[in-house]
Design a protein around this ligand. Structure first.
Ligand code: NAD
Length: 291
């Protein structure tokens, strides 16, 4: 299948390469010349214009920074320019309202579209092991699934348009809050004189067990190897966690959900990013709880 891929950054570069590996012909487009060079090296045909990248494609995948850019690219350069009948897939993390309005505009222009944000970072994008959570009609999901399957290990239909973004921000709000709870617990355990490996051995087999502890432990040298063991480099950047928590707070306001833990997590991550720590892995927030 001929597929256009828009946005070849940290995530999109690897995803487009995996479409090529799966045998698709990929028209890749980005504003960055370096990103285009990397995409060409991976076997993509490269374009500086989104409209030109639409030539003859049956599917369009986007992986862009935010909702404003997604709305602008789809409305200005994809609707009416992608061939009739092409399936449109936005894999960016954006707000639920924009996801729904862009999909509605796609339908008005005659296209099936899904929101399909991902869980998993740059390594999963490169390795083709992302998890996709997809919002859209049954027909759109069935068409999107076989394309997404080339880039991930799981493709789950979350519900109607916007449900993929809703699932993504709900999951990441829980992750942000549980990471902070895990961090503050280890800091307190240390102050109470507990050996941290011993506490991990106990809590990881007791009712405090959670993913932030046993798969992503924020304490260096404790539990599995994680970004904490590499000075909090790599992994999932704190700035991206703050982006997702900000989207979660917007969504909570929209539907009147009471989210005191999510709100506090957003405040703490905002303070940490303001202190210049946005580039560190999100588990580095343990540093701010030590004083
Ligand atoms: P990135 O900034 O590395 O990549 C975005 C790319 O889009 C850039 O190469 C940029 O040049 C390009 N771009 C911007 N505007 C464009 C336009 N008008 N036309 C064509 N190209 C354009 O970002 P990323 O880390 O790859 O993240 C992409 C999306 O994935 C974001 O929505 C992010 O929240 C989400 N996400 C990222 C991660 C992660 O670990 N990086 C994990 C999950 C989800």
């Amino acid at each position: 299948m001929k597929v256009a891929f828009i946005g070849l950054g940290n995530m999109g570069g690897g995803m487009a390469a995996n479409l090529v590996k799966a045998g698709h012909s990929v028209n890749a487009c980005d504003l960055s010349a370096d990103a285009l060079t990397r995409a060409r090296d991976k076997g993509c045909a490269v374009f500086t214009s989104v409209r030109e990248a639409m030539d003859g494609v049956e599917a369009v995948v986007s992986m862009l920074p935010n909702g404003q850019i997604v709305a602008s690219v789809f409305e200005n350069d994809i609707f009416g320019h992608a061939p009739a009948g092409a399936i449109l897939l936005d894999c960016s993390t954006i707000d639920v309202g924009t996801a729904r309005s862009v999909t509605a505009a796609a339908a008005a222009a005659g296209y099936d579209m899904v929101d399909a944000p991902v869980s998993g970072g740059i390594a999963a994008a490169n390795g083709g092991t992302l998890t996709f959570m997809v919002g859209g009609t049954d027909t759109a999901f069935a068409r999107a699934e076989r394309i997404l399957a080339c880039m991930g290990k799981a493709v789950i239909h979350a519900g109607a348009s916007g449900a993929g973004q809703a699932a993504k921000i709900c999951n990441n709000m829980l992750l942000g809050a549980s990471m902070i709870a895990t961090c503050e617990t280890f800091v307190m355990a240390e102050k109470l004189g507990l050996d941290l490996q011993t506490f991990y051995d106990i809590s990881s087999q007791a009712s405090g067990q959670n993913w932030s502890m046993t798969s992503y432990c924020p304490v260096p040298g404790v539990g599995p190897t994680t970004p904490a063991d590499n000075d909090y480099q790599g992994g999932f950047a704190t700035a991206l966690m703050l982006k997702d928590l900000t989207l979660a707070m917007e969504a909570a306001n929209l539907v009147g959900a009471d989210v005191p833990m999510g709100m506090r997590a957003a405040e703490l991550y905002e303070n940490f990013v303001s202190a210049g720590k946005g580039g560190l892995d999100f588990s580095a927030i343990i540093q701010s709880l030590k004083n």
